[in-house]
Design a protein around this ligand. Structure first.
Ligand code: PSV
Ligand code: MN
Length: 424
């Protein structure tokens, strides 16, 4: 389904005068509004192909209808999001959930929707139908070299798909680990995993990055082989300059200080990218900013500070991706909300008075430092986010247009009620 440009214009015309009032008012109360809006227009967040269908739990799955049945339809859905918000200009594929039948055709379909291909993701956490060896006891860590070789070959196959599509990064998330004490020798497990990663790293094109994603637990419940940022950092450091740590916001133990992790990884030039989501208990994969928007802001505060200190390009020097799964919401509505939440946190971080914050920090003025941060956090920056969308050709209020245009109803009419997208 392609969204008619006239529909976006009609929607914008209706909201324009009230929007202009709000944006002008905000522009008078904060500095550098045009610069901020330009940064927002440049900032793109990749959409994971596996978040376009309804997610589920081991207890059940309640499909909402009109889900994409093929990779082509997933690309159309991301195209739809991008035409609404102009901030979702890339898709992140998971292999083998999304094997393209023709990389040439898929690439040109994506280009028609103004989309590029973000990091490609390998999957050695599930057994596939015609697979020779099982990953029940791990993949890159496995005690049997034949199993490790199979997982290495899969990752290289994923790189090759990515090369054909124009991706520039491979994300490796391993479910490897153990469920019981004594099951594994930690040192041997680390060494085997490192050697396997080294073989994959050797196949990485020179202009690619490799993201090593960590996660505290699940599906393994005693140890995880890449269980936290320290372990990921260790692998990434030993692998070399193209290897980085990837931070998925839902992959920490409760109350971890994620913003501090981000700051230090950035300082060490080892932060590669993000999987944005939100959580209350664990890897809940909830809508970004739905539970703890202040934490999201604090993370962006460290990102802006740390990236500026290293003169990095906010839009392109790190990988920005969503990783979410929706059990009760329309996945497209949910992704629109997630992208908006990221944009809001980004602008608020740009509005932090860095000079004053630095002064307060150097003077041990704790109260003032908190005031400065919370002042930026409490500014309603939504008019700037909407203005960036407007200038880029998107909708002033994407969610409203999604509903007014009855987009899900149209998708369901086109694809059916009982469709199921590949993925989680
Ligand atoms: C694992 O929980 C994860 O965060 C990894 O990024 C996977 O690739 C993704 O979710 C889908 O299972
Ligand atoms: Mn993830």
């Amino acid at each position: 389904m392609i969204l008619d440009k006239n529909q976006i214009e009609k929607h914008n015309d209706k909201l324009l005068s009230s929007h202009k009032r709000k944006v002008n008012q905000l522009a008078t109360s904060v500095p550098n509004s045009n610069k901020i809006i330009k940064k927002l227009i440049a900032f793109q967040i990749a959409i994971p192909s596996w978040a376009l269908g309804t997610g589920g739990t081991r207890f059940g799955r309640f499909s909402g209808g009109g889900e994409p049945r093929t990779l082509e339809e997933k690309i159309q859905d991301v195209g739809l999001l991008h035409s609404l918000n102009q901030s979702s200009g890339a898709i992140s594929l998971h292999i083998p959930w999304d094997i393209p039948t023709s990389t040439r055709k898929i690439k040109s379909l994506a280009a028609e929707h103004n989309l590029t291909f973000d990091a490609v993701n390998s999957n050695t956490f599930q057994d596939q139908a015609h697979q020779k060896h099982s990953y029940k006891f791990g993949s890159l860590q496995h005690v049997n070299k034949a199993v490790r070789n199979q997982a290495i070959a899969h990752n290289i196959e994923v790189i090759n798909y990515g090369k054909a599509l124009g991706s520039k990064a491979l994300t490796v998330w391993l479910s490897d680990g153990s469920c019981f004490p004594g099951q594994l020798n930690f040192r041997k497990t680390f060494q085997r995993t490192l050697e396997s990663l080294q073989e994959i790293y050797a196949a990485l094109p020179s202009n690619w990055k490799m993201y090593i994603e960590y996660k505290a637990y699940e599906p393994n419940f005693y140890s995880t082989t890449v269980g936290d940022w320290g372990q990921s950092y260790l692998y990434a450091s030993k692998l070399g300059p193209k290897a980085y740590t990837l931070v998925d916001l839902g992959h920490h133990l409760p109350n971890a200080n994620i913003e501090q992790i981000v700051s230090l990884l950035l300082m060490e030039k080892k932060l590669g990218g993000f999987h944005f989501n939100d959580s209350k208990y664990g890897d809940d994969d909830l809508t970004v900013g739905s539970i703890n928007p202040y934490q999201l802001f604090l993370i962006f505060n460290e990102l802006v500070e740390g990236m500026d200190a290293r003169k990095m390009d906010h839009a392109t020097d790190l990988g920005w991706m969503i990783d979410a799964s929706h059990n009760v919401k329309d996945p497209l509505e949910d992704l629109l909300q997630s992208v908006e939440a990221i944009m809001i946190a980004y602008v608020q971080a740009l509005l932090v008075d860095r000079k004053e914050l630095n002064k307060a920090q150097e003077a041990n003025d704790v109260t003032r430092a908190q005031e400065i941060l919370q002042h930026a956090y409490r500014i309603d920056v939504r008019p700037f986010v909407a203005e960036a969308r407007l200038r880029a050709g998107g909708a002033l209020h994407p969610l409203q247009l999604f509903r007014e245009g009855e987009i899900r109803k149209r998708l369901t009419a086109e694809r059916g009620l009982k469709t199921i997208a590949t993925g989680l």
